[in-house]
Design a binder for this molecule. Structure first.
Ligand SMILES: [Cu+2]
Length: 206
């Protein structure tokens, strides 16, 4: 299990790992206090294993809302003076009914809308999706640069790299879910863009 998890180890997963390690410490303390009981010791041993493995498997930036799984909400730094920033994430619908992301909130913005960017006559155009974006059963929708995104509008504060933005996502059926957007550097194409760029550069040298 861990073998499949660690190759995608990111800052997020390491955060999860630290959290897991903290829990493990608590469980280990309980284990020491209760060592008189063999059954309990066995149970605690299993707890330790579980807390060490589960946070890594779930990822600290993943959220569940009903049958929806929201992976790694993120944003990126924008130029000084900018009044808008974007929110990105991957949403998978594991349920049997469609659901719709209709909007949300972000602590740094007065307003959040669902937007779509598309090419029209060679020009990138952006429009608000007043109906939101629907995720069909079994479907995965990716909000990413130059595509679907949440628009954080009328900013009260600029996104700061490394400082997560607290926010909320609103779904028609699953309701409201609190999330945090991790903040990537300006122009990043994904949360792990730095890593990918390094890999690409290496490939170009071949
Ligand atoms: Cu937009």
């Amino acid at each position: 299990m861990t073998k499949e998890v660690w190759p995608v180890c990111s800052a997020e997963l390491r955060k999860g790992w630290n959290f897991g390690a903290g829990l493990s410490l608590l469980v280990a303390l309980e284990f020491l206090f209760e060592k008189g009981c063999a059954m309990r010791s066995l149970r605690c041993g299993l707890c330790i294993l579980a807390t060490m493995v589960l946070p890594a498997a779930a990822g600290a930036g993943d959220y569940t809302a009903g049958s929806l799984k929201i992976s790694q909400p993120w944003s990126r730094v924008v130029p000084n003076g900018s009044k808008v920033a974007a929110g990105y994430m991957t949403i998978t619908n594991a349920g049997s009914e469609p659901d719709t992301l209709v909007g949300g909130t972000a602590e740094i913005a007065n307003k959040v809308e669902v937007h779509q960017m598309s090419m029209s006559d060679g020009i990138m155009k952006m429009r608000a999706l007043s109906e939101g974006v629907t995720i069909k059963p079994g479907e995965t929708v990716v909000l990413k640069p130059n595509s679907l995104h949440l628009m954080l509008m009328d900013l009260k504060q600029l996104p700061k790299q490394g400082t997560p933005i607290k926010g909320m996502l609103a779904f028609r059926k699953a309701g409201k879910i609190d999330v945090e957007f991790d903040v990537a550097p300006m122009g990043a194409q994904s949360l792990t863009a730095k890593k990918n760029a390094a890999v690409d550069a290496k490939h170009e040298h071949h």
